[in-house]
Design a protein around this ligand. Structure first.
Ligand code: NCD
Length: 308
């Protein structure tokens, strides 16, 4: 039995095969509409979410399966003091696969060690978010034709943003990637990512504080929200929250074919006027998230598309 806890749990060959299935799902959704009939997905969300939880649920419903779960810690037995190890043993009796989001780093990994069903990490604290990364990889491959040979700017809260950590780890495995890490000094990429992922593999990267200084060289700009819930005090959040606002004026400095991605939710970091720019790809990205989660659910359940 396999789980998806860390973005590197799948090799680049396996990721490529998964993205191929996601592409096929997009082309021929009817062939996939009943593959999970009789199967159940449990969504255990101990932290707020709109996209990720509904995207998993939509994915399972598109495959003909059913869903059950909870969407806040208060409405689950965690409020009574139940451990994640016990919860997952119970859920294993109700469902065939589960997706867990938890505020504590490592909680989905612990769950996977006690689980009788495949566990998917749907975000653990400020750590990792591997299925957002699959979404990002599918979006990038669809827009740019391949993974590799690209200059990507990651901008905003690179310290607490788990989507950024997972995406850097994953993209660092592809050839000729260049990273531009754009953040205020307080929200820089954690040392363990810079040292163990970028420096250790001799990957080209640059740290910058001003988006305007570097935007012209980017093929992809990955904007992120300042992660209010992970700050220790509100004053720091208020001071840093509007560090970057992407608007039409800044976009005029960028390449004609640069793609703007964002895992969403957006707060202020992308002005609404950017939505109509052809380079804005963040709502397309949401749609790709459903296809790739469908492909992942099939993979972890050991199901394949039948001839159709
Ligand atoms: C992200 C997350 O939860 O880390 N959202 C998502 O899953 N699409 C990004 C965020 O909350 O800023």
């Amino acid at each position: 039995m396999r789980h998806m806890i860390d973005p590197l749990d799948f090799s680049t060959e396996e990721i490529s095969a998964l993205l191929d299935v996601a592409d096929d799902i997009q082309r021929r959704p009817d062939c996939y509409a009943h593959l999970c009939a009789g199967k159940k997905l449990a969504t255990l969300f101990y932290e707020p979410s709109t996209r990720t939880r509904l995207s998993f649920e939509a994915a399972m419903l598109n495959l003909g399966g059913s869903v059950l779960g909870f969407s806040s810690a208060d409405s689950s037995s965690a409020a009574k003091g139940e451990s994640i190890a016990d919860t997952i043993r119970v859920i294993s009796c109700y469902a065939d696969i589960c997706a867990i989001r938890h505020p504590k780093e490592g909680a989905p990994l612990v769950a996977s060690q006690f689980s009788a069903i495949p566990v998917i990490n749907a975000g653990d604290g400020g750590h990792q978010h591997p299925t957002q990364t699959l979404t990002d990889l599918l979006t990038i491959r669809s827009l740019k034709g391949s993974l590799g040979g690209l200059t990507i700017g990651l901008c905003g809260d690179l310290k607490f943003g788990r989507t950024v950590h997972s995406l850097i780890k994953s993209l660092a495995r592809y050839p000729d990637m260049h990273f531009v890490l754009i953040s205020p000094s307080e929200l820089r990429t954690p040392d363990y990512i810079v040292r163990e992922v970028l420096q250790a593999n001799g990957i080209d990267y640059l740290e910058a504080e001003r988006l305007e200084d570097v935007i012209a060289k980017l093929d992809i700009l990955y904007m992120t929200r300042v992660q209010r819930e992970r700050f220790f005090n509100e004053e720091d959040y208020v001071r840093l929250k509007d560090s970057y606002i992407l608007d039409e004026a800044k976009l005029r400095l960028a390449k004609e074919d640069m793609a703007v991605l964002h895992p969403l939710p957006r707060v202020n970091e992308i002005a609404v006027e950017v939505d109509k720019d052809p380079r804005a790809a963040y709502f397309k990205q949401v749609q790709y998230g459903v296809y790739v989660r469908m492909a992942l659910i099939l993979n972890l359940l050991g199901l394949e598309a039948q001839a159709c």
